[in-house]
Design a protein. Structure first.
Length: 187
C-alpha cells in the first residue's frame, strides 16, 4: 500500500481520529488545522501534532492556507469537528472526508448531539462521508452505529463517539479506494 499524505482538521472532540492517523503505518501526517487558543479545546490535537512534529495552522480558512494546502500535495483530508468551513471546491486533494457524529442523513449540521442524544437514540453512530461544498451532504463512505443504553447522557454518548470514530476511520484507511468506489448517496 502506498503511504497517504494526510491533513487533519478538527479540535479535541474527535482527536481520537488524529491519534489513529498519527499511529497508522500507512499515513504521513503532514498538516494539522485546528482552532486558535481560547476557542474550542485543542490541547490533545496540539500534543499529538507536536509529538509527530507536524505543522499546525489555526484560525479561519484563508487564501494563504488554500495555497499552502495545495502546495504540499495532500492525498487525504480528514475533517473531524473542524469549526470553520473548508472551501473543498478550491482544494487539490484526492480524497476529502468528514467524520460526523450521527448516522447521516439524519442529524446534519454543525452540532447535532443534543438532538441525537435525547430525542433519537436510534441515530447514534458515526458517519464518514465525502466532503462536498454542501455541508454534511456528501456521499456516505462508512457508518459505524452503536447502541445507546437507557441511562446514557451526553458524557456516555461522547465517549462512545470518541471510541467509534477511529474504528470507522480505520475501516476507511484500510481500503480508501474501495470505499470511494462504492460510496452511497445520502437518501
Amino acid at each position: 500500500m502506498t503511504r497517504l499524505r494526510v491533513a487533519y482538521a478538527g479540535h479535541d472532540f474527535f482527536s481520537s481520529c488524529l491519534e489513529l492517523l498519527a499511529q497508522h503505518a500507512d499515513v504521513d501526517l503532514v498538516l494539522v488545522l485546528t482552532d486558535e487558543p481560547g476557542g474550542q479545546p485543542t490541547d490533545n490535537v496540539r500534543a499529538i501534532a507536536a509529538a509527530q512534529q507536524t505543522p499546525v495552522r489555526t484560525g479561519r480558512w484563508s487564501t494563504a492556507l488554500t495555497d499552502e494546502f495545495n502546495d504540499i500535495s495532500i492525498d487525504l483530508l480528514v475533517c473531524a469537528a473542524y469549526m470553520y468551513r473548508i472551501p473543498i471546491e478550491e482544494l487539490n486533494v484526492r480524497y476529502a472526508v468528514n467524520v460526523h457524529p450521527t448516522l447521516l442523513p439524519e442529524g446534519r449540521g454543525p452540532n447535532p448531539l443534543a438532538y441525537l442524544t435525547f430525542d433519537y437514540p436510534q441515530l447514534n453512530g458515526v458517519s464518514i462521508h465525502e466532503m462536498t461544498p454542501e455541508l454534511d451532504q456528501g456521499p456516505i463512505l462508512v457508518q459505524e452505529p452503536f447502541d445507546r443504553d437507557p441511562g446514557d447522557g451526553f458524557d456516555e454518548i461522547f465517549l462512545k463517539l470518541w471510541a467509534y470514530a477511529p474504528r470507522a476511520l480505520r475501516r476507511l484507511l484500510d481500503d480508501v479506494d474501495h470505499y470511494f468506489a462504492n460510496k452511497l448517496d445520502q437518501a
